[in-house]
Design a protein around this ligand. Structure first.
Ligand code: ATP
Ligand code: MG
Length: 336
């Protein structure tokens, strides 16, 4: 079903978003940049409240404004800034070129519409198919996402299906128009471990078959390790480190990344107490000055309290960036 398209990228540049609540302003995203390529999984990882969902909803044009406000930034696909397009043109791109799967299929699927009507609606709207053609295509897509008994499923309401099937149907609807990019915001956290694995495998196989670029959002670094080509670490609305999967896991440069990696449960450490990062992500209304991580960082010095570190290239011959004042000298002092 796939005709190969030219290499395209989805570039998120310097996205700055706040939420206005009365007198208060919550700085949810403070200059987020991400680059997504076809046939790559780019993971966005960080603790709860760091800005992952705000990023994905903004890319999908689903950010409620108000209370949300896009202060600056660009979302560039095929040389166009999606944030500058008229709403109807945006809608055309989102869903067709960029699609999304969510954590909770139950909230995304319409409970009052049969599955068949929901998937064909996308194909009719975006690809201009007739009903019959759309139904045939839907069955093909069900095959692709591993749903058996396609005709029966087309005729079912979401509540008649299991959690794993609903997840596959949401993925089927998301990929129905053959999108170049798929955003998956914690797509497996609501599932049990066996289903999680199946869905992750499915996402990876679709990446290859459909040549899709995937923004994979998670706070589970083990999953991120297994699935990613590229990883960006987000903290309090900023990317603090971004690198290839290999570099990020073998040679982390930011103290936050390092602490996250130390908190991964691992078979060798069984029985030992798991390290967790003391404290929590600051509220978007109350982000500390300087480096936002300084309040929890074992390496913080005076400069970290006042000066926000710039994002810098580190390492050679590859693109590995981080925002910390103490790159290089930091690990010698680590937790001493
Ligand atoms: N509608 C909203 N109104 C006000 N503040 C919001 C709104 N949505 C998000 N925020 C704030 O933006 C920040 C980022 O939230 P976000 O939902 O993106 O976090 P997340 O990284 O997806 O967390 P989780 O891992 O729990 O899903 C938080 O401080 C949150 O309170
Ligand atoms: Mg979220």
């Amino acid at each position: 079903m796939q005709e190969k398209r030219s290499d395209s990228t989805l570039e998120i540049k310097n996205l700055n978003i706040s939420f206005i609540q009365g007198e208060k302003e919550a700085n949810a995203l403070r200059g987020i940049s991400l680059s997504l390529k076809r046939n790559e999984v780019h993971s966005l990882v960080g603790e709860s409240g760091s800005g992952k969902t705000v990023t994905s909803t903004c890319i999908m044009g689903l950010l409620p404004t108000p209370p949300g406000r896009i202060n600056s930034g660009q979302i560039i696909l095929n040389d166009q800034d999606l944030l500058l397009l008229e709403e109807k043109d945006q809608r055309q791109i989102r869903g067709k070129e960029i699609a999304m799967v969510f954590q909770e299929p139950a909230r995304y699927l319409n409970p009052t519409l049969k599955v068949g009507d929901q998937i064909t609606e996308m194909l009719i709207l975006h690809l201009g198919m007739g009903k019959g053609e759309a139904l045939d295509r839907a069955l093909e897509i069900f095959d692709l996402v591993g749903l058996d008994g396609g005709k029966r499923i087309l005729d079912s309401y979401p509540h008649e299906l299991s959690g794993g099937m609903k997840q596959r149907i949401m993925i089927a609807i998301a990929i129905s128009c053959n999108p170049a990019f798929l955003i998956a915001d914690e797509p497996t956290t609501a599932l049990d471990v066996t289903l999680q694995l199946q869905i992750l495998k499915l996402i990876l196989s679709l990446k290859n078959t459909l040549d899709m670029g995937i923004l994979f959002i998670s706070h589970d670094l083990r999953v991120v390790h297994d699935i990613s080509d590229w990883v960006s670490v987000i903290y309090a609305g900023r990317i603090v480190e971004s690198a290839s999967r290999e570099k990020l896991f073998s040679d982390p440069k930011h103290p936050y990344t390092r602490l996250l990696l130390e908190s991964i449960p691992d078979a060798d450490k069984r029985g030992k107490r798991l390290q967790t990062i003391p404290g929590k992500v600051p509220d978007a209304e109350d982000i500390p000055g300087g480096c936002a991580f300084h309040t929890r960082c074992p390496l913080a010095e005076d400069i970290c309290k006042t000066v926000q570190p710039e994002t810098k290239e580190v390492g050679e011959g590859h693109s590995h960036t981080t925002a910390c004042h103490f790159i290089g000298k930091q690990w010698k002092q680590w937790k001493n």
